[in-house]
Unconditional design. Structure first.
Length: 162
């Protein structure tokens, strides 16, 4: 179970690893295959005046040993499943991984910004190009889906380098 840490401690912890600051409505950072990486997902607002009560992020295949970092007042969980193909990481072959991370139980007011962090490692044999992290933001009577490859609500993404 991940321990709870403050944002300042998180930033100190991440020094020396790749970090992307991704707004839910924009994406873009780069990371090398085989390198540790932390994605900071920023939820900028609620749903038309309502608080955000759940955040769900899809994990792209090839982003291995993925873990959602604890956020005070929220419970983080993950779903693991077989991958469509095995991936290499160091001297290991990985055929199962986290496909989704959820934060639930908190309440992020509509007028406040929240940060949710996901850390992992891109596989050694990850194909170069964009790795999308679709994000679903749930509120009591609605949702905001940041899942598209482009347009008004693009999914946060990381450009994976060879």
């Amino acid at each position: 179970m991940p321990s709870q840490i403050s944002l300042a401690a998180l930033l100190l912890l991440l020094a020396g690893t790749g970090v992307a600051h991704a707004h839910a409505t924009a994406g873009g950072a780069s990371a090398g295959a085989g390198q540790p990486f932390t994605l900071l997902l920023t939820v900028p607002h609620g749903c038309q005046g309502q608080p955000t009560t759940e955040v769900v992020v899809g994990i792209p295949e090839g982003f291995l040993v993925a873990e959602g970092l604890a956020v005070s007042g929220w419970t983080v969980s993950s779903v693991t499943a077989p991958l469509s193909r095995p991936y290499r990481l160091n001297d290991q072959t990985i055929s199962e991984g986290v496909i989704e991370i959820t934060w639930i139980g908190g309440s992020l007011p509509d007028d406040e910004t929240g940060v949710f962090a996901v850390q992992g490692i891109f596989a050694d044999d990850m194909a170069p190009g964009p790795a999308r992290f679709p994000l679903l933001q749930l509120c009591p009577d609605g949702e905001e889906a940041w899942i598209d490859a482009g347009g008004d609500r693009p999914a946060p993404f990381v450009d994976v380098l060879p």
